[in-house]
Design a protein around this ligand. Structure first.
Ligand code: HEC
Length: 128
């Protein structure tokens, strides 16, 4: 009898030990999943250079100077000059990218808010 009781206790203990292992293990994998997902999201939003090169460089040039024949034809703005950089707020740049300006199309349907935010930063870094 004693033996059986003891055995039962061991069984009970190992079951609760299993919970101590299983619960953190599940929590860990859920956390890893969430971190993995948010990394993916920031990787997309943070890739401003490739978004710029794909969507903006054709008119503004990869260096932002809008110096190509096509740029001049489109009358795209040189984004690198200190005068222009000093004259505009981040909000204005955001709105121009989002809604468009003159011959420039708006990008709010093609890009997420985060991507446009990143582009504002990117445009700031084009300053000569
Ligand atoms: C079809 C050509 C074209 C494309 C593509 C284009 N732009 Fe422009 N962009 C222009 C033109 C033209 C202007 C000048 C608009 C004006 O002042 O009338 C301009 C102006 C701007 C300005 C200045 C806006 C202001 O308020 O002074 C910014 C910033 C800008 N573009 C950023 C971008 C970014 C970032 C992209 C890519 C997401 C982009 N542009 C794509 C043609 C283009």
């Amino acid at each position: 009898m004693d033996n059986l009781n003891w055995g039962g206790k061991v069984n009970h203990r190992s079951k609760s030990r299993l919970i101590y292992i299983a619960v953190p293990a599940i929590l860990c994998s859920v956390t890893a999943l969430v971190i993995g997902m948010s990394r993916n999201v920031t990787a997309t939003a943070g890739d401003a250079r490739s978004v710029y090169n794909a969507k903006c460089a054709s008119c503004h040039g990869r260096d932002g100077r809008a110096s190509s024949r096509h740029s001049r034809h489109e009358k795209a703005r040189d984004l690198t000059t200190a005068e222009w950089q000093d004259s505009v707020s981040d909000e204005r740049i955001y709105n121009s990218i989002s809604n468009g300006k003159g011959k420039m199309p708006g990008f709010k349907k093609k890009l997420s808010d985060g991507q446009i935010d990143e582009l504002v930063n990117y445009v700031r870094r084009l300053r000569r």
